[in-house]
Design a protein around this ligand. Structure first.
Ligand code: ATP
Length: 466
């Protein structure tokens, strides 16, 4: 079966829905484009990814601290950051089927990734699309409007009147919190440059082009780390944070290194000195961005100093040296990473080993045990005979691990269910358990089973989750 496996985003999305990972947003009302809800298993997986990121970039990073800033900020923040005037996409409508598309993405797709259209002027984009007779990916016709720039920020109003003076924005990125609170964090924590501030939180963008499941959504979570340093050390930190990103994805999340690559930005925005994306090779989508490392220079702190009228200079508490620090940003999209983890883990295999009921195939999510929503499933062989004993074991294990309990259907079917949601260990409580206080523990990927004393379960699982 392995050689015919076709893994695509639709398959992953179907599994996510039926197994409680991710549901379409507001589904009973017909849904809402590019919105999704994380279900019981999705929220566990997401929390595990966020926990790993926080440990790696904040807690185990000796020079870093964390913060949690607001979603709504003074609108001048977005004026200073350039988002009010410049955070827009070049959009074209297909007059034939009324769908809307990003001109730069149309070019990238039509040229099979050979042409990078980032930051190109609208006239250049329109000409390329006309010269190359780019068809609408939805209906196949060539009937485009001219490009219109479309600001991606969600605007709302604060207070009782809906006029321009009351306009506020849902933050389109989390990074600005770290910049506007830079001096508060530095002074209150008596930090010396170089140091970093990490933050995890929601960001919002009015994305109206196709989302490809959770790859592009209007509401998503970012995990961002800003490293404040001296200009002369910034290149070394830029390289270090690229390396850290690779380590995080491969060592901590278990993504396949062969499916990851860096892609330098060919065109930099005016303040950036260096920038690169981390791309993952998704089924159906190909290599696509999941994270970025950006050298932002002193742009953000200097712009906020200018717009607010408040100097953002750092004064070294020991040497008295005064300067505006340079920023190296490490920016990660939690939702895209979660999707990458699911794609990376999804596998279909032929099996005969442990099930009479199996048709010879199984779907298994080979998630890193640290990320798996449940670490253990407790399965009494027979509900009546071993139900109580199994409940006792389950209740005890719940104190240490996220566990699930299943006493319905045959043992083979129950193994399959756990395989599909990525549970690394299944514990079967059987006739012998009462006699000798042992259970069978089955490992998800190898399907190997061994007999183990109930008293040793906690240590056994702990050791392997690491
Ligand atoms: P893209 O070019 O795909 O629109 P971007 O370059 O605008 O992405 P950044 O502003 O660098 O993205 O944001 C950092 C990270 O946040 C991205 O690498 C991505 O993982 C995530 N992200 C950005 N936009 C979205 C979105 N609409 N939905 C889900 N995740 C997103």
């Amino acid at each position: 079966m392995n050689n015919q496996i076709v893994i695509n985003i639709d398959k992953i999305s179907a599994l996510c829905k039926t197994r409680g990972f991710i549901f379409p947003g507001s589904e009973i009302y017909g849904g809402m484009a590019n919105t999704w809800d994380y279900g019981p298993l999705g929220v566990e997986l997401k929390n595990n990814i966020k926990r790993e990121w926080w440990k790696f970039f904040v807690q185990q990073n000796p020079t870093s601290v964390g913060m949690d800033g607001g979603i709504l900020l003074n609108p001048l923040v977005w004026k200073a950051s350039g988002h009010v005037d410049g955070f827009s996409d070049p959009l074209m409508d297909c007059k034939a089927c009324k769908t809307r598309h990003r001109a730069d993405k149309l070019i990238e797709a039509a040229s099979k990734g050979k042409v990078n259209a980032d930051f190109k002027p609208n006239e250049w984009l329109e000409k390329w699309i006309a010269d190359n007779k780019v068809k609408c990916p939805t209906c196949g016709k060539i009937d485009w409007t001219n490009i219109r720039q479309f600001n991606l920020m969600f605007k709302t109003f604060r207070g009782v009147t809906e006029d321009a003076t009351n306009a506020v924005y849902l933050r389109p990125e989390t990074a600005q919190n770290q910049f506007v609170d830079f001096l508060n964090v530095q002074r209150s924590m008596r930090l010396r440059v170089p140091f970093g501030i990490g933050q995890i939180g929601k960001a919002f963008r009015n994305e109206i082009t196709p989302g490809n499941f959770t790859f592009r959504t209007v509401e998503f979570e970012q995990m961002e780390h800003q490293l404040f340093c001296r200009e002369k050390e910034s290149k070394d930190f830029y390289d270090l944070y690229k390396k850290k990103a690779m380590e995080f994805y491969t060592e901590r999340l278990g993504l396949d290194k062969k499916k990851l690559r860096f892609k330098d930005h060919e065109h930099l925005c005016h303040y950036a000195k260096m920038a690169c994306d981390m791309e993952y090779e998704f089924p159906s989508l190909g290599f696509s961005e999941i994270a970025g490392t950006h050298h932002r220079g002193t742009h953000d702190l200097s712009s906020h100093a200018k717009t607010s009228g408040k100097a953002q200079d750092y004064t070294d508490p020991v040497t008295g040296e005064k300067f505006v620090p340079t920023v190296i940003e490490s920016s990660h999209g939690c939702d895209r990473i979660l999707l990458a983890c699911l794609c990376n883990a999804y596998s279909e295999e032929a099996v005969t080993a442990d099930s009479k009921d199996s048709d010879g195939n199984r779907v298994v999510l080979k998630l890193h045990p640290r990320l798996a929503p449940y670490k253990v499933a407790v399965l009494p062989l027979q509900k009546k005979e071993q139900g109580d004993m199994a409940t006792k074991i389950y209740t005890e294990l719940c104190k240490d691990f996220p566990c699930t309990f299943d006493d319905t259907a045959s043992i083979g079917k129950r193994y399959r269910r756990q395989d599909e949601i990525g549970t690394p260990f299944c514990i079967t409580v059987d006739f012998d358990t009462e006699k000798d206080n042992t259970v069978t523990i089955r490992e998800r990927d190898t399907m190997k089973q061994e007999r183990i004393a109930v008293a040793k379960l906690k240590d056994y699982i702990n050791e392997r989750i690491k």
